[in-house]
Ligand binder design. Structure first.
Ligand code: PEP
Ligand code: MG
Length: 579
């Protein structure tokens, strides 16, 4: 039994056999072997090369008949590579030196070579990395045969363990079979974690080297409430966790009963609870959980996981589908927030040394106007179907806002010319997620209808801590006094300017932070749909006076540690069963 502490990112408990996957969703084969089996593994790797060569030679021969020259050339290059003796030697040497399985050695060596190619500035050579990945797949296919499964064909419940999960990968997980997630990398607000929370799959990230300690098939417990992962648990531990799971399910059921009740504090203050979504099919869940609208629609997920860029119609269909679910309730569509940890599959974008500080989000849109205008047209067209609002992410200064609004007006004029209807009075808002925007909130407020505070990025940029890097995760806290001072400024400026304000970062999903947000003056929260009932229960259990007093105390504290522990105690008093 091994117990590992990580970062709890999505509530719930799961107990299931694990599978370890790589970046392409394929199972990573068992790693360590008994030294006495080394020769067998070397022979297996040789057989795999022979099988792959025979397979390719046959394909090349068939191609000779149909005669497509470029495809023939590709086969020839792959064959030359597979026949290279030094490559086979490197693989056998690794098996011998480290007692690892053939699959592991093949993957390791070929990935090393691919990484080396990818770094070469000459695009002709760097693009060869894709060929090496192809060869790796072919060899693994030989080695694993039908044992090689991808996550699309699961037939039993599993826990997925990975070194790192991308947002796209996580978004594609089938909730019916995938019951828990554990990853070595990642932080509380990395996008893969956010997606796990939206899907309601218990998840723990930031586990350092956990994926290397399991090889697939072991029972793994994921405790997404406490941030604990246990592999090979003993009977007693399994029993204990079955008990926790039962309690968790009972709490969920109890919270389900407040779905129809309003989010109103004990002293009568009405709080609006909206949901954050990534895909149109999540919209229903917001209503099921008792939410009142969409406070953040992360539209960039339309680009992820697809080989082709979405067309205007693709955008329109996605928005129309979502807006119809909500009839006349608000749907805030955020324009695409690509870059940083959210890239399209075909990686059209140049790799950047500091992607979170680079050409991401609105900056990317302002450089790729055709892409941006396509999306704006679709949002405007969908605006006649309900209460659609537009929100721009990562605005850092007033010029950027002006430029963005100008483009929106250009698109409106185009639609006017084409006599395409849209809501001329559509509300336009921005996310406040950089310190510069927070400090300039009073100025920015003059040109928008609303603010939504993106605490995930605001925390990252204020504290200079990468939100998805587990190595610095202890430094990442949205209740750091510096972050709270910025949040307070934004709230005050929004109130003075009489514009709407909400919080849509993960702070809004944190039971421990809700009272503080209300005490600071927030009245609208947008959060992961599965968390709506719990947050509503907390709101219904407190008074605004309680919250004001929490906020006053917290603003008087200078240390993050003191603040978190004070908030934890305060929340526990209000809803002990959730902790
Ligand atoms: C945020 O930064 O707080 C936010 C809500 O946006 P995202 O998590 O998509 O970056
Ligand atoms: Mg953000």
């Amino acid at each position: 039994m091994e117990i590992k502490k990580g970062i709890a990112v999505s509530h719930g408990i799961s107990i299931a056999k694990c599978i370890v996957i790589d970046a392409e969703d394929y199972r990573i084969p068992q790693r360590k072997i008994n030294p006495s089996q080394r020769m067998i593994e070397v022979q297996r790797s040789r057989n795999a090369f022979k099988g792959a060569i025979d397979e390719l030679a046959l394909m090349e021969k068939q191609q000779n008949k149909t005669g497509q020259r470029n495809i023939k050339d590709i086969f020839a290059v792959h064959l030359r590579f597979l026949r290279d003796k030094s490559l086979r030697k490197r693989i056998s040497d690794l098996i011998q030196a480290e007692s690892v399985a053939a699959e592991y050695a093949v993957s390791t060596i070929l990935r090393e070579i691919a990484a080396h190619f990818a770094k070469v500035p000459d695009p002709y050579i760097s693009e060869r990395a894709a060929d090496i990945h192809d060869i790796e797949r072919r060899l693994l296919q030989q080695l694993l045969g039908s044992k090689r499964e991808d996550l699309e064909h699961l037939t039993e419940e599993v826990t997925v363990v990975a070194r790192e999960l991308s947002p796209t990968q996580t978004a594609g997980f089938n909730k019916e079979f995938i019951k828990g997630l554990a990853s070595d990398a990642g932080g509380r607000t990395s996008h893969a974690a956010i997606v796990a929370r939206s899907l309601g799959i218990p998840a723990v990230v930031g586990l350092e080297d956990f994926s290397e300690s399991v090889s697939g098939g072991e029972t793994v417990i994921i405790d997404g409430n406490r941030g604990i992962v246990i592999s090979n648990p003993d009977e007693e531990t399994i029993k204990q966790y079955e008990g926790y799971l039962q309690e968790f399910l009972e709490l969920e059921e109890k919270l389900g009963t407040i779905r129809e009740k309003p989010a109103v504090t004990r002293d009568g203050e009405r709080i609006k609870l909206f949901g954050n979504i990534e895909f149109p099919d999540e919209a229903e869940m917001i209503l099921e959980k008792g939410g009142e609208g969409i406070g953040l629609y992360r539209t960039e997920f339309l680009y992820l996981g697809s080989e082709v860029e979405p067309s205007e119609e693709d955008h329109y269909e996605a928005y129309a589908e979502t807006v119809r679910v909500f009839n006349d309730r608000p749907v805030i569509i955020r324009t695409m927030d690509l870059g940083a940890d959210k890239f399209t599959q075909h990686k059209r974008f140049v790799r950047e040394p500091n992607p979170f500080l680079g050409l991401r989000s609105i900056r990317f849109c302002l450089r790729h106007l055709t892409l941006f205008k396509t999306q704006l047209r679709a949002i405007l067209r969908a605006s006649v179907l309900g209460q659609v609002k537009i929100m721009f992410p990562l605005i850092t200064n007033i010029q950027e806002l002006m430029q963005t609004k100008m483009i929106l007006h250009d698109v409106m004029e185009d639609l006017d010319e084409e006599k395409i209807p849209y809501n001329r009075d559509i509300e336009v808002g921005i996310m406040i997620e950089t310190p510069s925007a927070a400090l300039m909130a009073a100025t920015l407020a003059r040109d928008v209808n609303f603010f939504s505070i993106g605490t995930n990025d605001l925390t990252q940029y204020t504290l200079a801590v990468d939100r998805s890097n587990e190595l610095v995760s202890p430094l990442y806290s949205s209740v750091d006094p510096a972050v709270l001072r910025l949040i307070r400024t934004v709230i005050q400026d929004a109130h003075k300017s009489q514009i709407d304000l909400s919080v849509c970062g993960e702070v809004a999903s944190e039971p421990e932070q809700v009272m503080l947000m209300l005490g600071l003056g927030v009245r609208t929260l947008s959060l992961a749909p599965p968390m709506i009932p719990e947050i509503k229960q907390i709101i219904r259990s407190v008074t605004i006076e309680d919250c004001n007093s929490v906020a006053r105390k917290v603003l008087g504290m200078n240390s993050e540690r003191q603040i978190s522990s004070y908030l934890r105690d305060a929340a526990r008093k209000v809803m002990p069963e959730a902790f």
